[in-house]
Write a protein of this length. Structure first.
Length: 153
């Protein structure tokens, strides 16, 4: 009886581990880098299938606001713009880093997300944006010729 009490839960835990591993292996990911001092304008991640239907995903953003001599970064904002053109400006002091994790792709209004700085004379962002989903995701840096249009139709 004692062997059954030990053996049963052990088998259950091993099986659950295999299921969790199989689910993790099916995730699709992509990322894009932003280098405003190098001329990049923004990064975009799309959580939508080929026909434009939204697919849920998780987006992570890590941006640093450079204030090295000669770059001119000052206290500014990281702007997160959603596909419906609503946006949120997150303050970012010069010389610091901002990390954001968000859910996206649950509807047309957030099936694509764009991250940018606050324009000339403001923050000087350097960082990355990534997306993860069980469906296809796509991230790119603008003004690259292969970057998707925004907002996504």
């Amino acid at each position: 009886m004692q062997k059954a009490l030990v053996f049963g839960p052990t088998v259950a835990l091993v099986c659950l581990g295999w299921i969790a591993t199989a689910q993790a292996e099916s995730l699709k990911t992509d990322f894009a880098l932003l280098n405003e001092p190098g001329g990049d304008q923004n990064v975009i991640c799309r959580c939508a299938g080929p026909q434009g239907l939204p697919t849920g995903c998780q987006i992570k953003v890590t941006m640093g606001n450079r204030n090295d001599p000669g770059l001119g970064g000052v206290n500014g904002f990281v702007r997160v713009t959603y596909n419906d053109l609503d946006f949120v400006d997150y303050p970012i002091p010069a010389g610091t880093t901002l990390n954001i994790t968000m859910a996206a792709g649950g509807s047309d209004s957030d099936k694509a997300v764009k991250v940018s700085g606050d324009g000339s004379g403001g923050s000087m962002l350097v960082g990355q944006m990534s997306a993860e989903s069980s469906q296809t995701v796509r991230c790119c840096t603008s003004p690259a010729s292969d970057c998707q249009t925004f907002p996504v139709p």
